[in-house]
Design a protein around this ligand. Structure first.
Ligand code: TXA
Ligand code: MG
Length: 317
């Protein structure tokens, strides 16, 4: 159900959930200071309560409302990348709801770059907890239509058009003057390293809850298979026709239901989930996916595809 910005503010201030556009993916938002409202996010998504939420704020000046520490390294990253697709995990102030942070001593914060999201944050005066607006483990939404298809026609959606980044934010955890990459995104590790002035610290003793730690994630309903090479994918398709396919680069495959994304990571990321939603709707027996090159520029897209296609080795692992 599409709603106006004024209605969205009204609902959020009354403790209801609203799906909102961001530049990465649509989020399912609620007042981050209202525990009953946050509980509705977990219930709507059918998300386990041990997976913490990102709090979206209107500007970097609000970091200190949520985080008990705002070290110089975090300042530099915020100056370079906010508003934008970077989430920072910082030590939380004691008042931050333990439901939002799922019992962690830290809180995840982000200023999104979408003008509608920014206006909503500013005009509502709220910090908004917002995970991606999809059911747990399923494909993330990058349009208002995707949100309604995944969560039902009754879910209130603020329509902001198609998301420009297309995959979830990069998540960086900061401890003093060191940092760790928790989830790859379109702001890549090299860009963070440059601004941070040092590489990620690999030897952190406390491992925070890994974002998207569930190996099956971002996943269509149709079974998916990931192929490391185009020839291997073509071989499979020749022997077992009836599958749909997602390719990267040249469209030389000549398969039936195929989407070919350009060999340009930013464009491919923008269109990734929409393509998988489309292929899922084709009701093929399987979606064959070509893995993009194993290079840093493709790290975030590869991460999402590996999780979308994850298959447990055995039922007991
Ligand atoms: O781009 C995005 O980040 C989107 C848009 C809506 O902003 N949001 C998003 O939320 O992807 P979600 O809930 O699907 O993913 C957030 C991830 C979760 O996997 C969670 O584990 C991690 O962030 N996270 C949240 N708080 C954390 C914390 N305190 N420590 C470590 N990880 C945290
Ligand atoms: Mg998600």
């Amino acid at each position: 159900m599409r709603i106006s910005p004024a209605k969205a503010i009204d609902l959020l201030q009354r403790g209801e959930v609203v799906a909102i556009p961001t530049e990465t993916v649509y989020g399912l938002a609620a007042d981050a200071s209202n525990e009953l409202a946050i509980a509705k996010i977990y219930a709507t998504k059918q998300r386990p309560a041990n997976n913490p939420l990102i709090v979206h704020i209107a500007s970097a000046t609000q970091v200190v409302d949520w985080a008990s520490e705002f070290p110089p390294l975090a300042h530099r990253l915020v100056q370079a990348f906010w508003p934008g697709p970077l989430t920072l995990v910082l030590p939380a102030r004691a008042e931050v709801s333990t439901i939002v942070r799922a019992g962690e001593p830290t809180v995840a914060l982000r200023v999104p770059a979408h003008p509608i999201a920014l206006a909503l944050l500013r005009d509502s005066g709220l910090g908004l907890a917002a995970p991606s607006a999809n059911k747990y483990t399923q494909l993330s939404p990058t349009t208002a239509d995707h949100v309604e298809a995944g969560l039902g026609a009754e879910i209130p959606v603020l329509d902001g058009g198609a998301c420009q980044i297309g995959i979830e934010s990069t998540i960086v955890s900061i401890t003093g003057d060191t940092w760790q990459l928790l989830r790859p995104g379109m702001i890549d590790e090299a860009a963070i390293t440059l601004i941070a002035g040092r590489p990620a610290n690999q030897s952190v003793t406390h491992t925070p809850k890994a974002p998207g730690q569930h190996l099956l994630h971002y996943s269509p309903h149709t079974p998916c298979l990931l192929f490391t090479s185009r020839p291997a994918l073509m071989d499979y398709a020749a022997n077992k026709p009836g599958g749909a396919a997602l390719l990267f680069g040249d469209d030389i495959a000549n398969l039936k239901t195929t989407i070919t994304l350009p060999a340009e990571p930013a464009v491919a990321a923008e269109q990734l989930y929409a393509s998988l939603h489309t292929l899922d709707a084709a009701q093929a027996s399987v979606i064959l996916i070509e893995s993009p090159p194993d290079t840093p520029a493709w790290a975030a897209v590869r991460d999402r595809l590996q999780r979308a296609t994850y298959q447990p080795v055995s039922q007991n692992d």
